[in-house]
Design a binder for this molecule. Structure first.
Ligand SMILES: [Zn+2]
Length: 335
């Protein structure tokens, strides 16, 4: 298949962290304004990008903090949001895009920022992209499991009070040291109020990680699983995903960089799909990980024998699994 064929295919991206979905040239400009020594591109790459497999997930998370320091005003958040959407459309022909962000993540580093002003800035960026391109964008509020239940209860309520602006809620960060169960009541509450639920689970290559997927489904009421790549090591989990038709938001290149899988060739994307799991293709952090959705698709076709028909199927599953209202989707999705 040709690059043009791949480009032409309308795509869905369900798993994209807004804070790390920057355009490189823009972030480098902001870093220079703050006096950081990133005049040479290789200096910027070294300070901000993850281009090779890191030693472990906490190391990767630590590197994300460099980016957080630079995104320090609501105006930058609006530009970040618009460019994240624009790049998804222009580079990869993404028509349905769900962005996720943790209200607490940027606020923790920048006392001058305000949660409502930041949300308004994100919504402005999304609206500008929707006006400029044939795409729809939905917003997912993200809770950080490294924070207390009390802190997350605050943000859960904050999101629910503004639920007209959100399509879903997510739980992220280190799933090894911070189990999901304590946050179950928050997710049940959000689900009861109509938000879609997705949970990062089964991501790192540690024994038993696949079981976290069952916790996400049974206790948090997850409609979709973020990553879930370790399911391949647990037949019971795969059987459950197939039986209930639970989509996995797979992010293959991210899995390589965080060493969730040894390399692209051994990624279980195709094996999970062949087993009957609803697999979807996503970038996770396209800025910091220097990847686009079309490159993710190319990696799958090059290294794993995924076909155009397979990718069409994955996009169809992703479209069906999107938390964005169907009437909005139909306006931009014709296949
Ligand atoms: Zn993620």
């Amino acid at each position: 298949m040709s690059y043009e064929d791949l480009k032409h295919m309308p795509k869905v991206e369900l798993h994209c962290h807004l804070e790390l979905a920057f355009r490189k040239a823009t972030l480098r400009g902001w870093a220079l304004e703050k006096g950081m020594a990133v005049a040479r591109e290789e200096d910027f790459d070294r300070e901000f990008l993850i281009k090779e497999p890191m030693d472990d997930l906490p190391t990767v998370l630590h590197k994300f903090l460099n980016t957080r320091d630079v995104i320090d005003t609501e105006a930058k958040v609006e530009q970040l949001t618009f460019e994240a959407c624009e790049d998804m459309f222009l580079l990869s022909n993404v028509r349905i895009l769900e962005l996720r962000y943790a209200p607490s993540f940027l606020l923790d580093a920048h006392l001058s920022m305000d949660a409502d002003r930041m949300l308004e800035a994100i919504l402005r960026g999304m609206a500008r992209a929707e006006a400029a391109y044939p795409m729809v964008v939905g917003l997912i509020g993200l809770l950080q499991r490294i924070k207390s239940v009390k802190d997350n209860a605050f943000w859960c309520d904050w999101i629910l009070e503004r639920k007209a602006h959100f399509v879903g809620m997510d739980l992220a960060d280190d799933e090894v040291s911070y189990p999901a169960s304590p946050f179950a009541p928050l997710f049940q509450k959000a689900k009861a109020q109509g938000l879609g639920i997705t949970v990062h689970a089964g991501e790192p290559a540690v024994p038993g990680a696949a079981k976290n997927i069952l916790v996400a489904l049974d206790e948090l009421g997850a409609d979709r699983i973020g990553h879930g790549v370790q399911a391949i090591h647990d037949a019971e989990v795969v059987a459950r995903l197939v039986k209930d038709g639970v989509p996995l938001e797979l992010c293959p290149w991210s899995n390589v960089l965080t060493r969730a899988v040894p390399d692209l060739k051994s990624h279980p994307f195709k094996r999970l799909m062949d087993a009957g799991v609803k697999t979807t293709v996503n970038t996770d952090d396209h800025g910091v990980m220097d990847i686009s959705l079309i490159q993710e698709c190319q990696n799958l076709t090059t290294h794993l024998g995924v076909s155009m028909e397979d990718l069409h199927q994955c996009n169809q599953w992703a479209r069906e699994a999107s938390f964005i209202a169907d009437d909005r989707i139909q306006a931009v999705w014709t296949t």
